[in-house]
Design a protein around this ligand. Structure first.
Ligand code: ATP
Ligand code: MG
Length: 360
């Protein structure tokens, strides 16, 4: 096993077009420490630099500046064969003219340990519950996208890696199998802890698999923490909006006499050092918008039953803004109904309207 250290890493790409060259900053001044046996999930919107960061950690591309270290040794000083990286790419890349069994056993073969392959493959199939038997004698073109990903995961596991790097390994697998796959992978990592970085756009996957989650945006790490920390104490509006489903309501407003006032709701106390009239956004989760006879009128636009969570999710439209809220699952509510809404003042998050940083 190994620790992974990412120290102030930067990576740009130059895009050429008819109008000239454009620099894309894919990864900007990123620093991270991933502990021995820890699983770190990396989440963020499409194009924010997750795959690039993973490729830098794998040593597949060099950083423009900064460095990546395994066990405090710079990656470029570790011979390729000793890096011990089990990587699953976003595309689930497999060698096109090899049957799956050969792909899975490749690294053992490379180390002249091919006699271990059948046993290892059987063990992996048993642990992951992927049911590989059916797949192993086929060529990649005979596998669906999801099947190819399963073979790619099995291949990464078969290496006995020092580190695992996963780039959305289950993105092409249907929801049910994805659920099983992540539970099995978690079980496997409990049994054989391997320092891992797991890129996903699925928060539920990140919560299920990772010890900590790093939220990325535009090449930068916005915050690293447990789901709980990111959810209850986001450092910025971006993190608050990215973590949690449904997305948090953001209501724009201003400071008036040490209180926040928005277009519909208002009167919530804010930090006393904020300037009068300063633009402040309020973040309020759907469960903190409540029904209140003295509340503000809004019309029900959509109703989504959330059976597992035992409530209904409503999209409400007031006269000047919209928001989401929860109501009990047994409430008789219809589209077009007018409800009176208020905000529970307990878990409010305030963000600077200019910088997006949390200010209360
Ligand atoms: N080889 C490359 N050459 C040029 N630009 C690149 C290259 N790889 C990535 N980029 C650019 O760098 C940025 C980050 O890309 P990256 O693939 O890391 O994003 P991502 O977070 O993995 O996105 P997704 O969730 O869609 O997979 C994007 O703007 C992308 O267009
Ligand atoms: Mg990607």
């Amino acid at each position: 096993m190994s620790t992974i250290t990412v120290h102030r890493v930067n990576k740009r790409f130059v895009h050429h077009s008819e109008t000239g060259e454009r620099n894309i900053v894919a990864v900007q001044d990123v620093s991270l420490k991933i502990g021995d046996g820890e699983v770190l999930a990396v989440v963020g919107p499409s194009g924010c630099g997750k795959s690039t960061l993973l490729r830098l950690i794998a040593g597949l591309i060099p950083p423009d500046s900064g460095e990546v270290l395994y066990d405090n040794l710079p990656l470029n000083e570790i011979p390729l064969m000793d890096r011990g990286i089990g990587m699953v790419f976003q595309e689930g890349a497999l060698v096109p003219h090899w049957e799956a069994r050969r792909s899975v056993g490749f690294f053992l073969w490379l180390r002249k340990r091919e006699y271990e392959v059948p046993e290892r493959v059987a063990r992996i199939a048993q642990i992951t519950g992927f049911g590989l038997d059916d797949l192993l004698d086929r060529m990649p073109r005979q596998l669906s996208g999801g099947e190819r990903q399963r073979v790619a995961v099995a291949r990464a596991l078969a290496r006995d890696p020092r580190v695992f790097l996963f780039d959305e390994p289950f993105s092409n697998i249907d929801a049910k199998l994805r659920g099983t796959a992540r539970v099995e992978l978690r079980r496997l990592l409990n049994e054989f802890p391997v320092t891992s970085v797991y890129v996903t756009h699925d928060q539920h996957e990140a919560i299920a698999l990772a010890n900590r989650i790093a939220v990325m945006n535009e090449g930068q790490i916005m915050q690293v923490g447990t789901f709980e920390q990111l959810y209850t104490s986001p450092r910025s509006q971006f993190v608050a909006e990215f973590i949690g489903t449904p997305p948090i309501n953001i209501l724009v407003g201003r400071v008036q006499g040490h209180a926040w006032f928005g277009r519909t709701f208002g009167g919530f106390e804010v930090r006393h050092d904020l300037d009068e009239g300063a633009a402040v956004n309020l973040g309020v989760r759907a469960q903190d918008v409540i029904l209140d006879p003295d509340g503000e009128n809004a019309i029900v636009r959509t109703i989504t039953p959330m059976y597992a969570e035992h409530h209904q999710l409503l999209e409400m439209e007031g006269s000047r803004e919209s928001w989401r809220m929860h109501v009990p699952e047994d409430m008789d509510v219809r589209r077009g109904d007018i409800l009176k809404c208020a905000i529970k003042p307990d878990n409010l998050l305030f963000f600077d309207g200019k910088t997006g940083l949390r200010i209360g």
